[in-house]
Design a protein. Structure first.
Lengths: 249, 247
């Protein structure tokens, strides 16, 4: 469970987040949706500590992350896995070395134990025989899978996904969404996914927060989102022709 | 003007993070070896070519200017040795390395910044500045002095080759000149300069790469800026150290 309480964040005097409070539930995919520039990525970066909040707090199972120093945060960071929009795999390392990286950094496992764990994680994301390839040799979908494998290598309690299916074809996007959903349930992880993809929302949206102009505008689930009378949310949801047709059915 | 102080302050704050105790010594050791291979070994070929040709040209130019019969021929070798030990090898090679290694470091770290690889390290709880920059600085402090000594030998060797095939000088007089009035302090002076230059060659481009914002265009700008600032700082340090150590 992650509790975000009254977060505010400004850059160069421009306020990006206004008093945002959201509770993210364990064992569920918590979606943060919103248009580009709405503040959803800043919100995620504040939650994981890449940006310091101006005021408010972020609690990981009751532990106030915003009040901790770099060393104290380390204990929580070991419990966080993150899948980046562009995968953020280390270019100079092979797939195997990428997934092994957090294990080498934080565990005292033997080489064999680490290799077993790497192979387990890669198998879990359906990647076989790619251990010695470099990220540049993989397709976008495969890079995302390696990113997921690296994110789950240390058995995280919290998983963050920044636009997990951006740049992927719809079919591969759904495969990645389903994979994240399966992993969330299997390991009872608190997963937070930032997206503006309606396919993802309809596929995985159990607990959805809509961010608009830096404020939490609406929350609910994938059933509620189709029936809401919230004007801004409807504009966002039904912005594409296919969704407009769907509404008229 | 204020912007300069802002950058200097930010640079020293970054260095403070770089020299914090590393998260995992084993991984840092591995990185240092990797950096020595990529930054050091990768530069040997270029330095060899430049040093030999510069040694040859300095020898020829000195020979063409020392055509007075009252001046002993061994001065050609002496001048080549002195110019290589005091200036060509430590300063000119460092300026060349600032271009080669510096742009490489700035673009590598800059790319890691804009592709969120540095964010990935931070989220894992790793001090990214220390993990990425510290091994480069250590590798440069170890390897660049070796490259500079290698350049001194190859410069002298370039002159030696020329003395074999040019009229107006002999191998014997060139070798006598190389050995004439040798002072070990010249090497110490060159090594002191080199250590400072090695630090600058890695830390300034790392700073520019680390704070890159934007996209591919900004990576190019960071890379160019890093080479320009590194070269200027090398020349300033060169002047200060020469004043302090030789006069």
């Amino acid at each position: 469970m992650i509790d975000v309480k009254n977060i505010n964040k400004s850059f160069n005097g421009k306020r990006i987040l206004h008093d945002v409070s959201i509770g993210f539930k364990q064992g569920e995919i918590n979606l943060v949706i919103g248009a580009s520039g709405s503040g959803k990525s800043v919100l995620t970066k504040c939650i994981v500590g890449l940006h310091e909040v101006d005021s408010g707090s972020v609690e990981y199972d009751g532990r106030d992350f915003t009040q901790m120093n770099f060393k104290e945060r380390k204990s929580i960071r070991k419990e966080i896995g993150m899948l980046f929009q562009g995968s953020a795999l280390f270019d100079s390392l092979t797939v195997e070395e990428n997934v092994k990286f957090p294990l080498e950094m934080y565990t005292k496992n033997s080489k064999e134990e680490n290799l077993d764990r790497v192979n387990f994680c890669l198998k879990r994301v359906d990647l076989l025989n790619v251990n010695h390839l470099y990220p540049a040799e993989l397709s976008g979908g495969m890079q995302k899978r390696v990113g997921i494998a690296r994110a789950i290598a240390l058995n995280p309690k919290y998983l963050f996904c920044d636009e997990p299916n951006s740049g992927l074809d719809p079919r591969t996007g759904i495969v990645i969404d389903n994979l994240i959903q399966e992993i969330t349930k299997e390991y009872n992880i608190t997963t937070i996914a930032v997206t503006h993809d309606m396919n993802s929302v309809m596929e995985t949206g159990e607990n959805i927060s809509f961010i608009h102009q830096g404020k939490k505008w609406w929350d609910g689930n994938k059933e509620d989102i189709l029936k809401t009378d919230n004007e801004e949310l409807n504009e966002f949801v039904y912005s594409s022709k296919i969704m407009q047709k769907f509404r008229n059915i | 003007m204020l912007s300069i102080f802002h950058h200097i302050g930010k640079y020293f704050l970054l260095l403070g993070r770089v020299f914090k105790s590393p998260d995992n010594f084993k991984l840092i050791r591995k990185q240092i070896i990797h950096e020595m291979m990529s930054l050091g070994i990768g530069s040997l070929g270029l330095i060899a070519i430049i040093s030999m040709f510069m040694g040859a040209v300095v020898t020829l130019q000195t020979a063409s200017n020392l055509n007075n019969p009252l001046l002993p021929a061994y001065l050609i070798g002496y001048a080549t040795r002195e110019s290589f030990i005091l200036e060509m090898a430590p300063t000119v090679m460092s300026l060349i390395l600032a271009g080669k290694i510096g742009s490489n470091i700035a673009s590598e770290i800059g790319t890691m910044r804009i592709t969120e690889q540095i964010d990935a390290l931070e989220i894992m709880g790793i001090n990214s500045a220390s993990y990425l920059i510290f091994p480069k600085i250590v590798a440069a402090l170890v390897f660049i002095p070796i490259i500079v000594i290698y350049s001194m030998f190859l410069g002298a060797f370039g002159g030696f080759i020329v003395s074999m095939y040019s009229s107006g000088m002999t191998i014997e007089s060139y070798v006598t000149g190389l050995r004439y009035d040798f002072r070990a302090f010249s090497i110490v002076y060159a090594m002191i300069k080199t250590v400072f230059f090695a630090f600058v060659i890695t830390s300034i481009p790392s700073y520019h790469g680390y704070y890159t914002r934007g996209g591919a265009l900004e990576i190019g700008k960071s890379s160019t800026k890093s080479v320009v600032y590194t070269s200027i700082v090398i020349l300033i340090i060169n002047y200060i150290l020469t004043q302090l150590l030789l006069l």
